[in-house]
Design a protein around this ligand. Structure first.
Ligand code: SAM
Length: 284
């Protein structure tokens, strides 16, 4: 007789707006045997809202090693387990990754559900390059590690995505400027919530205007990639691309002049060329 193993489900939960819970997430949480939750009290409220009554096991950064064994026992004895974090995707700057590894080692099926994630939510509305990007999560705690990381990604041309806690925001913005130089930055604050805000500016401006950002709530930092001025614009860039990039920023709320300035900087081309392309497009 072959013993049937359970399935490990990775279930994203809303990052602020309960309407972002998917039908599938609700169904899976209703069907599993046990839910491993980062904070059982916090998740208890979410589960209550969706009328989900299941045994909860606390599974967080500080007990994840100890809790791996009982969770694996459940899975090995045929019970389905779902992992949820306080918000967004488990295993993204949240617990879950270790359990995924243990499950893979034990040939237990791992089923991820798509759903809310703060970094990608900020990225798609940022107006910065979405074709190539890298997610870096929270900056390391040790300053030597922060320096090492920022120097390493300093030449990367794609968009950089960071998480930051409000009490560290100002210090991190200073360090980003110190190691990356001036770059466009978009701060996505309180995403999906009542006071959702996007601040589109650059790192230099933020050094001078400390009050530009209301330091409250949760933030994603979307930072423009390195621009290699000597290489000029990529060969495939046409004036149409300049216009589309400017229009995208304008649609996202950036003033025309600022959008032209930002696009010229991002693409490493003369501001006049971008301006002329936009004027020509608007004349036709
Ligand atoms: N697992 C989550 C995800 O998939 O996005 C991330 C969890 S991480 C512990 C929490 C950080 O995500 C916050 O400090 C903040 O940087 C970011 N974050 C979470 N919710 C957010 C929101 N509604 N608006 C802006 N940033 C958010």
């Amino acid at each position: 007789m072959t013993e049937t193993k359970g399935t490990l489900y990775l279930v994203p939960t809303p990052i602020g707006n309960l309407e972002d819970m998917t039908y599938r997430a609700v169904r899976v949480l209703q069907e599993v045997h046990t839910i491993a939750a980062e904070d059982t009290r916090h998740s208890g409220l979410l589960l209550k809202h969706f009328d989900i009554k299941k045994p909860l096991i606390s599974y967080h950064e500080h007990n994840k090693d100890a809790k791996e064994e009982p969770l694996m026992e459940l899975l090995l004895s045929g019970h389905d387990v779902a992992v949820i974090s306080d918000a967004g995707m488990p295993a993204i700057s949240d617990p879950g990754a270790n359990l995924v590894l243990a499950a893979i080692d034990a040939v237990i099926p791992v089923v991820p559900l798509p759903g809310p994630n703060a970094a990608l939510t900020a990225l798609i509305a940022s107006g910065l390059d979405t074709r190539e990007f890298t997610f870096l999560g929270f900056l390391p705690k040790k300053s030597s590690h922060r320096k090492e990381l920022l120097e390493r990604v300093g030449t990367y041309e794609g968009t950089l995505l960071f998480y930051e806690a409000p009490h560290r925001l100002q210090a991190s913005l200073q360090e980003l400027y110190k190691y990356l130089g001036n770059r466009p930055i978009v701060l996505g604050r309180e995403l999906t919530k009542k006071f959702e805000t996007f601040v589109r500016t650059d790192l230099e401006a933020l050094q001078k205007a400390e009050d530009l950002v209301t330091i409250k709530g949760e933030f994603v930092l979307v930072v423009g990639g390195a621009v290699h001025a000597e290489s000029g614009a990529p060969e495939t860039m046409s004036t149409d691309d300049y216009v589309s990039a400017v229009m995208m920023l304008m649609e996202a709320g950036t003033a025309k002049k600022e959008a032209i300035r930002e696009v010229a900087k991002r693409l490493g081309v003369a501001r006049r060329d971008v301006y002329n392309a936009v004027e020509a497009a608007q004349d036709t």
